[in-house]
Every structure is written in structure tokens, then in C-alpha cells.
Design a protein around this ligand. Structure first.
Ligand code: FRU
Length: 475
């Protein structure tokens, strides 16, 4: 037995009945000022990212009536400049027997003026099941669009039976790309032996897919991998994924679920490939399920979900009718050491209002609204410091360890650390309830939600020995 699908008309009726809820959310002072957040209710992964005819489409996992009604949709925002966003009605509904418990995550592939959206149709049976090896379907579904606003009928491409025989029922989050004049699809997977991997399928027509191989390190690394992404910058190839079930290891893997990248050496022909070491994409408390896409200018752009599922932190916005947000958009690049790095998109400079700057050796003391950008440039490398970013939030550098301490905020978020021999640059984006800290030009990032007093906020750091400059912008 499965839940009955929810069609667009039913969504509209539920929305009209809850218009007051929507209006209340729009006025909430805790709303973020320059991030994508749910119009109401719940948001998770970014989906279907693409640019068509100059317009960026950002879809996302959206449960507008959460926690009252559980149906997942694809929410939809558009922008031309990453400063102004337009909100639209949900784009994809749980309205067929293949996705009646949610059109889960998926991505966009473009060819011949058509956007092909591949996503997972989630179906959950009611009854007593373990929901790992039984009780659910994860169907691979295609919808197409010529403009990002109107969509074709849904087409079922693959069912669980079409995935390799040793897979559990958890196979999802397709991404499609072209290599060697052929189409490839990757999907995140959990095997019946509880080993995470990325499955690779191949096709000649985007419709008929056959399994080719799986990407997996020699030693198993977690029981499930979600949200794979493939990208190629110059001649370097990378795979992203979100492994679940990786134990903590010192400062590494401190969150309940992980998110990171491998370099990939593979020609998309034979069976042999080499996966490099796993690098975490983020060191903060709240980063998961990122998606990357290439825009019309050829930039690789990333949005992440600013949360980690099952993290158990307090989210005070929930009582105000909404929960979660996406990160700021970031451009990916490869640095001289061959590391995949993230930089805030250059468009975000247009958020800047008032500017101030000074020498780090003289310290820093500034009253501010919670929306600001702060940059430190320290060519010789940083000396020890303690930078207060909120009443109870301290970013400290000591003994070559950069530490974000949010213990005082009381949301369950405590301390995250990163060992870094030379700290030469920091760029911090603060919004009403978020912090994104780019370390050494994005070689590492700390992303976190932050719930602290927004009144009489002062950023401060004592004077000291650090050579370099700071720049502050109100946003
Ligand atoms: C990741 C994820 C995906 C899934 C989606 C469902 O956060 O679990 O694997 O498609 O969220 O909302």
C-alpha cells in the first residue's frame, strides 16, 4: 500500500488554506537576507541546477507544509544575477505511482535546447518493512523542459530491478553527463552488504540505460553514498559524494554524515579507474548534498544544503514555520596544489554596502548588523588570534589549528577544527543565522547555521602581531 499522489491542484488548495502561515514566514526577522530558503516549511537538497537562456534555475527538495503534511516537491527559484531571486510554484509534484512519496533529488542535463531532468521517484510502502532491502522503490524518472518552467509528462527509466543485483533499495540521486560521445549516469547507492558506492550507467539515447561499473575505494567507506556529482575542470576529473556511516577520525568526519570529493582517473571506456583520497568539502556543522553545474559561461557553480540530516541540532526557525536554507553560490576551481576549492561567486560583490578596512596588528572592533562580509589577508601567514563573530561565537587560530567554537550558542553545535600549517586568507560571509568561512581562498570552508543574539552585535579581535589587513563590508 502506498500513499496517494498529490497533484498540483491539491497543492494549490493546501497552500490557499495556509496562506497566513506563508505570510507570517515572509515577515520573520530570522529570515536570511541573501540565501535561498524555503518560502515556508522545509527545504533540503538543491536539485536540477541549470542555466537556460540567461536564467539560472534553482530547484530544491521542498516540503512546504512541513511538519503538518509530509509531501516532498521540487521547489523552484530563478535568478539572473544571484542577488535578486524570483519564487515560483513547485516544479515537480509527487503525482504518479512512481514518485508518490516524493520526487527525490536529481539533476539537469542540457542538449538541443532541451533540459533533461533525471531524478529519483521515491515510493514507500506502508507496513512492517526494514526500508533498506524492502519496503521502498527508488525509480529513475525523466522529465524534460524547454524553458525550465513547463514540463513534459514523466517517463519511468529504471526501477530497483534494473540496478545491480547486490544493491539494497537505496539507489538514488542521478546525474547525467556526456563523455566519449556517450551518455553516462551516476547514482548514489547502498549495497546489501552495507557498502556505499557510485553506480555508473551508460546510454546511447538518454532513455535506455545499462549498468557499467561502480566507483568505490578499495576499503569500504561508509554504508551509503548519497548525491553523487561528476565534474571536469580542465583535464581533471572529480567525483563528489555524501558518505554515511564513516567513523570520526580526529578532526576529520566530525559530522554525522560526510560530504567530499575524490579525484578520478578514468577514460570512461574500460573497467579500470583510480580514485584519489577523499577530501571533505566542508569543516562546519551544516553542509550536505551539494550540487554542481556548469553555467553558460562555463563556470562550475555549487550550491549546498546548509544542514546535515539527522544532526539533531536545534533549529529555532521551525517554530516560526520554516526550516533550512541553501549556501551562497560558490565557484569551483583547482588550486596550484591540485585541490578542488570553492570561492564565493563574484556576483556577490554586489551585495556590498558600507566598507571599512584596517591593519590586523591594530585589532578590530566593529558594531555590525549580522549581515556582513569580512576578509583577512595575511601573506606571511597568521599568528594566533581569537576573532569574535557573535556574542558566543569565536573563530580562533592557535598552534596551527583553526577552531570554530559555537558552544555558547546552545543549539547543540560545539567545536569544529581544521589543521592548517599556513593560514593566509579568510573570507567570511555572515547572514542573520548563517556563517560561511572560506579558508585560504576556499581550500577549506566552514559552513554553519548560527542562532545567537542579533542585537548590539560586535565583531572583535585584540591587537597583536599578525601582519596583514582586514576589510569589512556590510551586506
Ligand atoms: C540527501 C537526500 C537524497 C534524497 C533526498 C530526499 O539529503 O537524502 O539522497 O534524494 O535527500 O529528500
Amino acid at each position: 500500500m502506498v500513499k496517494s499522489p498529490m497533484k498540483k491542484e491539491a497543492y494549490r488548495k493546501h497552500f490557499q488554506e495556509r496562506k497566513e502561515w506563508y505570510d507570517r514566514v515572509q515577515k520573520d526577522p530570522m529570515r536570511l537576507q541573501y540565501h535561498i530558503q524555503p518560502p515556508m516549511g522545509w527545504l533540503n537538497d538543491p536539485n536540477g541546477l541549470c542555466q537556460k537562456d540567461g536564467i539560472y534555475h534553482i530547484y530544491f527538495q521542498y516540503c512546504p507544509f512541513y511538519p503538518e503534511l509530509g509531501s516532498i516537491f521540487w521547489g523552484h527559484m530563478t535568478t539572473k544575477d544571484f542577488i535578486h531571486y524570483d519564487e515560483h510554484e513547485p516544479a515537480v509534484y509527487p503525482d504518479t505511482q512512481w514518485d508518490c512519496n516524493g520526487p527525490y533529488s536529481g539533476s539537469a542535463y542540457q542538449e538541443n535546447e532541451t533540459i533533461y531532468f533525471f531524478y529519483t521517484g521515491n515510493v514507500r510502502y506502508e507496513g512492517s518493512y526494514n526500508y533498506v532491502t524492502d519496503g521502498r522503490e527508488q525509480n529513475t524518472i525523466l522529465v524534460t523542459s524547454r524553458d525550465g518552467f513547463t514540463f513534459s509528462e514523466k517517463q519511468l527509466l529504471m526501477k530497483n530491478e534494473d540496478y545491480p543485483a547486490d544493491m539494497s533499495r537505496h539507489v538514488r540521486d542521478p546525474q547525467v553527463f556526456r563523455e566519449n560521445d556517450r551518455y553516462f549516469m551516476i547514482q548514489g547507492a547502498r549495497s546489501v552488504k552495507d557498502e556505499g558506492s557510485i553506480l555508473l550507467f551508460e546510454s546511447e539515447d538518454l532513455i535506455h540505460w545499462s549498468y557499467k561499473l561502480r566507483f568505490q575505494p578499495e576499503k569500504p567507506f561508509g554504508y551509503m553514498w548519497e548525491c553523487p556529482n561528476y565534474l571536469k575542470i580542465g583535464d581533471r576529473r572529480f567525483l563528489f559524494t555524501c558518505p554515511q556511516g564513516v567513523p570520526r577520525d580526529g578532526f576529520e568526519f566530525a559530522n554525522v554524515y560526510q560530504c567530499g570529493w575524490f579525484s578520478l582517473d578514468y577514460d570512461f571506456k574500460g573497467e579500470n579507474y583510480v580514485l584519489g583520497a577523499f577530501h571533505s568539502l566542508d569543516r562546519g556543522f551544516d553542509f550536505y548534498a551539494p550540487q554542481v553545474f556548469q553555467d553558460e559561461a562555463g563556470r562550475w557553480i555549487l550550491f549546498g544544503w546548509m544542514a546535515v540530516p539527522d544532526a539533531g541540532y536545534e533549529e529555532p526557525t521551525l517554530a516560526r514555520g520554516w526550516i533550512h536554507a541553501l549556501t551562497i553560490p560558490r565557484e569551483l576551481y583547482v588550486n596550484d596544489a591540485g585541490l578542488l576549492c570553492q570561492r564565493p561567486l563574484k556576483e556577490l560583490k554586489r551585495l556590498r554596502k558600507e566598507k571599512a578596512s584596517g591593519k590586523l596588528s591594530e585589532g578590530l572592533k566593529r558594531w555590525t548588523s549580522p549581515c556582513f562580509e569580512l576578509k583577512f589577508l595575511m601573506e606571511e601567514g597568521a599568528e594566533d588570534f581569537e576573532l569574535h563573530l557573535r556574542e558566543s561565537v569565536v573563530l580562533a587560530y592557535k598552534d596551527r589549528v583553526l577552531k570554530l567554537d559555537m558552544t555558547g550558542c546552545g543549539s547543540g553545535r560545539t567545536v569544529r577544527r581544521l589543521k592548517t600549517e599556513k593560514l593566509w586568507k579568510l573570507q567570511i560571509f555572515s547572514d542573520t543565522s548563517s556563517l560561511e568561512i572560506f579558508v585560504n581562498d576556499g581550500a577549506d570552508v566552514f559552513t554553519s547555521r548560527i542562532y545567537d543574539s542579533m542585537e548590539n552585535l560586535q565583531i572583535r579581535m585584540a591587537e597583536g602581531k599578525i601582519q596583514g589587513t582586514w576589510e569589512y563590508y556590510s551586506l
